[in-house]
Design a protein. Structure first.
Length: 437
């Protein structure tokens, strides 16, 4: 898919529609060829990328920066002051802007972003943007760019008709969605029956099985059941909070993720989950799209998906690229498998008693200094080793933001690190170091 997209984008100036399942690398597919066509010497915005949510905006911005291709970029999204973003924009002079529809339109209407040099506009997860009701904002945004500005649309589901407001010109459609395959063959499907209408007890037993690495005597081509993290999908925010309280009472280390959380809460949850310091995420379908988190081994449908598309996108969180995964349908006494699920899941018997939950090997630290303080990842490693007393092998993923950092460290060393760094300075500056719970 990446090769075909690269050839099409570099060999013509046609608009392009890219259809490919979740987890197949669509971000790199468009980013690699398009970044080659942008002028590093032009300080103006040359590419606009519309995304449905802040997580995908941040993730895409990070991908481009990690490519070290010499382009400046910025992620823009709601939940923070537009004025602050504009101030940052004048400092960065981004050539590529990744933005949610509402926030991008706000910047365009205020003249914070000018489209005179914009060569291409990308709409990532176009189907999701429409589902979320962003048609009006996208229509208004496209009114700011010229008719000859190239359009690149990406979607995980097929689209019969593209709305007229997109104003597509001569278009090439690259379709990599299998006609007869809901999920790839590297995903094993299981059904878990709960004797009680309230399925929380059964969920705890299943998570215990997964965390303990047992398969209740059932053979699995994946080997150890606990390989990778687990996502538990529910359909309602209230149910998530109730489920979270129950799991907390049972000793399960987990995070929650839904639209009712503020930006910082969602950000911290994603960092803890993606860096391995938490192995369980309890969430709504907000997490079914736009998150690229590797090594998710298990998808658990506590609430059954409401549509075929939701089911496909949920399961698309696991078995990404060439990995393998499992999906579990948790059925109460009166529940049946949805008709749109084409696979025949295997019966999975959980253990009758729950083992003590195993805490993840890593834990996440918050460090109160960031890029604005001239702090780099190397500075964090040096601080944690020299002051914190860690070895480099005990340090995991580090993420540096403008005013703070997140760092994953070995859980066994947490107490000593907090003691050693209390009141300590990093590059001559006092900072806060604390565990994210």
């Amino acid at each position: 898919m990446q090769v075909a997209v690269g050839k099409e984008i570099t060999s013509s100036q046609k608009d392009v529609v890219i259809l490919s399942p979740t987890g197949t690398g669509k971000t790199l597919a468009y980013m690699l060829p398009l970044q080659e066509q942008l002028d590093r010497d032009d300080i103006n915005v040359q590419m606009l990328v519309i995304v449905p949510g802040r997580e995908l905006a941040l993730q895409s911005h990070e991908v481009l920066q990690n490519m070290k291709c010499g382009l400046r970029s910025m992620a823009c999204y709601g939940g923070r002051a537009t004025m602050d973003e504009h101030r940052r924009m004048r400092e960065v002079n981004p050539q590529v802007v990744f933005a949610t529809p509402g926030r991008l339109l706000d910047h365009l209407e205020k003249g914070n972003i000018l489209c005179d040099s914009v060569q291409v506009i990308v709409i990532d997860e176009f189907d999701k943007c429409l589902e979320m009701g962003f048609a009006r904002e996208m229509s208004a945004i496209l009114g700011f760019v010229s008719d000859d500005c190239r359009r690149v649309l990406l979607s995980a589901t097929d689209m019969d008709d593209i709305p007229r407001f997109v104003n597509m010109g001569r278009t090439t459609k690259l379709n990599f969605i299998p006609e007869d395959e809901q999920t790839n063959d590297r995903v094993e499907s299981f059904v878990v029956h709960s004797q009680e209408k309230d399925k929380l007890g059964t969920l705890a037993l299943l998570l215990s099985d997964i965390g303990a690495g047992t398969v209740s005597g059932q053979a699995s081509s994946l080997g150890r059941a606990g390989e990778g993290a687990s996502i538990v999908f529910l359909n309602y925010r209230d149910s998530i909070e109730r489920t979270s309280e129950y799991l907390k009472s049972q000793g399960f280390c987990h995070v929650v993720f839904h639209g009712g959380l503020d930006q910082k809460q969602r950000e911290q949850a994603l960092h803890q989950f993606s860096n391995g310091s938490v192995q369980i995420m309890v969430c709504t379908d907000l997490a079914a799209r736009g998150l690229d988190i590797p090594k998710i081994g298990n998808i658990i449908h506590y609430h059954l998906p409401l549509s075929q598309q939701e089911y496909i996108h949920r399961v698309g969180r696991t078995a990404r690229w060439d990995a393998s995964g499992r999906t579990f349908f948790l059925l109460g006494p009166e529940e049946k498998m949805p008709e749109f699920v084409e696979v025949e899941p295997v019966e999975y018997q959980v253990q009758s008693e729950s083992a003590k939950p195993v805490l993840p090997q890593m834990v996440t630290l918050y460090i109160g200094k960031g890029k604005k303080d001239k702090i780099s990842k190397g500075d964090i490693v040096g601080f944690l080793c020299k002051i914190g007393g860690l070895k480099s092998a005990e340090i995991g993923r580090i993420d540096v933001y403008d005013r703070y950092c997140y760092a994953a460290i070995n859980r066994k060393s947490l107490r000593a690190v907090l003691k050693n760094t209390a009141g300590a300075k990093i590059k001559g500056m006092k900072t806060v170091v604390e565990e994210i719970r």
